[in-house]
Ligand binder design. Sequence first.
Ligand code: UGA
Length: 463
Amino acid sequence: MRVAVVGLGYVGLVTGACLAEWEHEVTGVDADARRLGSLREGRVPFHEPRLPELVADGISTGKLQFTDDLRGASASADMVIVAVGTHDGNGGWQTDTVRGAIADIVPAMGDGATLVIRSTLPPDFIRQLPALVASRRAAVGAASIPVMLNPEFTREGRAVRDYQQPDRIVLGIVSDPDGHGEAALRELYHSAAAPIVVMGAIDAAITKLGANLFLATKISFANELAEICDAFGADVATVVDGMSYDSRIGGGFLKAGVGFGGSCLPNQVSMTIRTAAQVGVDTPLLTAVDEVNHRRRSQVVERAKALLDGTVRGRRVALLGLTFKPDTDDLRDAPALTIASGLIEQGASVVAYDPMPTARERSADLVPGLEVVPSSSDAIRGADIAILVTEWPEFVELDWAAAGQAMNRRVLIDGRNVLTGEQLAAAGFTYSSFGRGTLVPDAVADGAVASPAAVASLQWGGG
Ligand code: UGA
């Protein structure tokens, strides 16, 4: 199929490159000349495993091309997939970009072509889509076209795999009287061995949101459970493992830690709360999900204070990990940035390291006063406390005993529950996690677990 993909961000570029690998003829459209220039040379403007290889292959086979000619690409396509951004940058939705794209695309499309919306949009906007598209077609005297929704469920860091081996493909019918749109999408996905679920457009939009809202709820649930575990001296990882054997519950997305970040989960929780309020629906559960998630970031700062005798002022904090999760260079709503700002506000000197060079470059501008260094050892050297915020393998595999020798104090907050507290404590660390208690060096011998308050009152023998 000849496919135009409009918007070459995370969603659009993954879509285009994967479709090119499935041998469709893809034209990627974007207005950003610099982005197009790098893509034509095979350079992907963000980190996503396997994507550069797919883009390079697509360019060399001629299956993937890039242009800024939106009307031209739309006119020659069997299908136009819209994947433009819909965030307003302030925790809300904006539909101007998608409206603008539709205004250009729809009049140019050929009569047999299908319009597919992949951007995540508010349900209310989806309701307006049929009339919007029909009026644009009528204005140029063109026949009506099928309009479909095809929400994405790919995760950053595994987007190519998620795209090519999806759990399910959701097709939402916006307007498809003779079934041509659905048939075209089935043809597009003929290489994917996944159930195809067809439903109304609003159902599809809310399926997309519902999936993310549920994942966010699971994470905040795990974080609240972690607090309960801390209070009673239980280990949240063991508890979740024990729960996960129940097939009604499962174990995914129940990892306690510093909470969820990124461009999707936090935004979609806050957008849904706002959108629901506009139609008179109260969402106390989602409000709590949001609160638990944001509280966690300030709890990290409070925990650091408690571990450092009540203040971080004048203390050197090694912050390990800046991206919102491993295998991405995305800093959008990354917990590390909020935690760094909180610590700096309280007078700490924060020295951060992330394995992603591009994330290091951008983060210094995003957090005034943040020092960013090129290696974990530079961050750790002389630190009074280390805080692991993103579970990059490099931090999990670090020689923590050696790292401890380089620190001013051996204090560690494991914000992702990925290290073995007993090993750290044996190496002389005070090891603090969320939902797995705090282990202090002296207490390890009796297997005791101390509360953060007890740790705060620890007497340090000269650092
Ligand atoms: C999320 C969804 O997982 C995708 O299915 C969806 O397509 C995408 O949003 C989207 O709407 O575009 P993504 O934002 O890439 O994908 O990231 P996730 O893997 O969902 O992780 C989100 C955050 O939750 C990360 O900060 C991660 O560290 C955190 N997390 C995840 C936890 O704190 N605990 C967990 O158990 C799992």
